[in-house]
Design a protein around this ligand. Structure first.
Ligand code: FCB
Length: 454
């Protein structure tokens, strides 16, 4: 097996019931931002503002999967991946996001082709319907602060399901609503770049409603597996002081339970202490908690917090003592044990309300060159993936139902506000030529999948 370390037979057996996948997202891989009637999204707006993206790159052409989807399907077939999680760009389908707009045929044709290429390669397509690219016009009308956005999303989902629902049975609805609400609307680090702090919280409710709305529509179109992709992080207090423990509890509430509780229990955690009210109407909580077939769970790292007395938030995020870090630096510590612990906590907290979990993203970036003439030896990535999969086997042994595992990402791609400075791929991409070169982690993942199946 390429790279080290390897798995013991027992661990391979524990992984036997899982489906293996890799993930990408439309804005991060497609390029072709102005082709074939595609409209503008909040990410087009974000990247066009000088200074917003670390390396001033603008997601075009990048991996150029709009023109190279057949190569991506061949790479997935070469891996032996069971599934592929990619995303559909809302503005390729409904360019201005509006109700009256006829779906854009060229956009639908593109995803139709992607789905057929995957099926022909023996890979199950698992599209995500919202991976952060909200149509600009909807953001102008309030974006996820505006309940109407949920209805516009439903219309878009309907258009996609009408076209692809005969072949696509597995769907992800929304990706990482916590990132959108907290980094996008509260702190301004991601599009749409608002700094509204706690006033951003209605965006949580509306995204969760969008999930419930989509789930209902997709089921009417024969979906067999519908899931949100929720990002979680185990929150650690920096010290054993009470104040740090309280800070950790607060962030856990905001980052994790604000999302998991309504989805799995049909209610928000107690928000009174934060002085927050959600814009809940009759029937909302039932729609949000409509049972999921699996729970999509994105996990990268724990978050360590320190209590602070002054400032907009009652805590600061600080490096995790003693942990090695990824290419993202001190706030992306490598602690696979926290994945295991978080999963076991979830099982304890949600009990029989927790459906099987699919790890819908897990992976790491490390510094790698823009050009390569031979496969990059990414031993650190292999170790990261290996150790997280091992943590998963420990969670499985403790009784957590795990149905699948997804590496972020198949390809190096546009890492949002960090541009092309963070490479997460199993496959290296030269962002100038689009050339794809599998890294040693690709070979390692392929061998792992084969060994699990053997
Ligand atoms: C997640 C996003 C994904 C990618 C990874 C590294 O938060 O869902 O698009 O950027 O992080």
């Amino acid at each position: 097996m390429a790279g080290t370390p390897e798995f013991a037979p027992q661990a391979l057996q524990a992984l036997n019931g899982l489906r293996f996948s890799t993930a990408t997202a439309a804005f991060q891989i497609e390029g072709a931002r102005t082709l074939d009637g595609r409209g503008r999204s909040i990410w087009d707006d974000f990247v066009d503002v000088p200074g917003n993206v670390l390396d001033s790159s603008a997601a075009d052409p990048g991996p150029d999967s709009y023109h190279r989807s057949a190569e991506d399907a061949a790479l997935l077939a070469g891996l032996g991946a069971d599934r592929y999680r990619f995303s559909i760009s809302w503005v390729r389908i409904i360019p201005d996001g509006q109700r009256s707009t006829k779906p854009n045929a060229a956009g639908l044709d593109y995803y139709d082709r992607v789905v057929d290429e995957l099926l022909a390669a023996g890979v199950t397509p698992e599209p995500t319907l919202y991976h952060w690219d909200l149509p600009t016009e909807l953001e102008v009308a309030g974006g996820w602060l505006n309940r109407d956005t949920v209805h516009r999303f439903g219309e878009y989902v309907e258009a996609v399901a009408n076209r692809l629902g005969d072949r696509v049975r597995h769907w992800y609805t929304i990706n990482e609503p916590a990132s959108t609400s907290l980094q996008g609307y509260a702190l301004g680090e991601l599009a749409p770049g608002h700094t509204m702090l706690f006033d951003a919280l209605p965006t949580v409710h509306h995204q969760l409603l969008a999930h419930g709305t989509a789930a209902t529509i997709l089921r009417e179109h024969g979906a067999q597996q519908v899931a949100p992709a929720i990002n979680h992080s185990l929150i650690l207090p920096e010290t054993d002081e009470d104040a740090d423990h309280r800070a950790a509890t607060t962030l856990d509430l905001i980052f994790n339970r604000f999302f998991a509780d309504p989805l799995l229990l049909g209610e928000y955690p107690d928000l009174e202490a934060l002085g927050v009210q959600m814009p809940i109407r009759d029937g909302d909580m039932e729609l949000i908690s409509t049972p999921c077939d699996v729970y999509g769970f994105n996990y990268y790292n724990p978050t360590t917090v320190r209590s602070v007395d002054e400032g907009p938030l009652p805590f600061d995020m600080v490096p995790t003592p003693g942990a090695a870090t990824t290419g993202f630096g001190p706030l992306w510590p490598i602690r696979p044990d926290t994945l295991r612990d978080f999963l076991i906590d979830m099982r304890t907290r949600y009990g029989s309300s927790l459906p099987p979990i699919v790890i819908s993203e897990n992976g790491a970036s490390f510094p790698e060159p823009e050009e390569c003439t031979e496969p990059i030896r990414d031993d650190e990535r292999i170790a990261y993936l290996h150790d997280h999969l091992l943590a998963l086997t420990e969670a499985i042994a403790a009784g957590v139902p795990i149905a699948g595992y997804t590496v972020w990402s198949l390809l190096d791609n546009f890492e949002w506000a960090d541009g092309y400075t963070q490479r997460f791929g199993l496959v290296h991409v030269n962002m100038t030529t689009g050339q794809r070169t599998p890294k040693s982690s690709y070979e390692w993942y392929r061998n792992l999948i084969a060994a699990v199946r053997a």
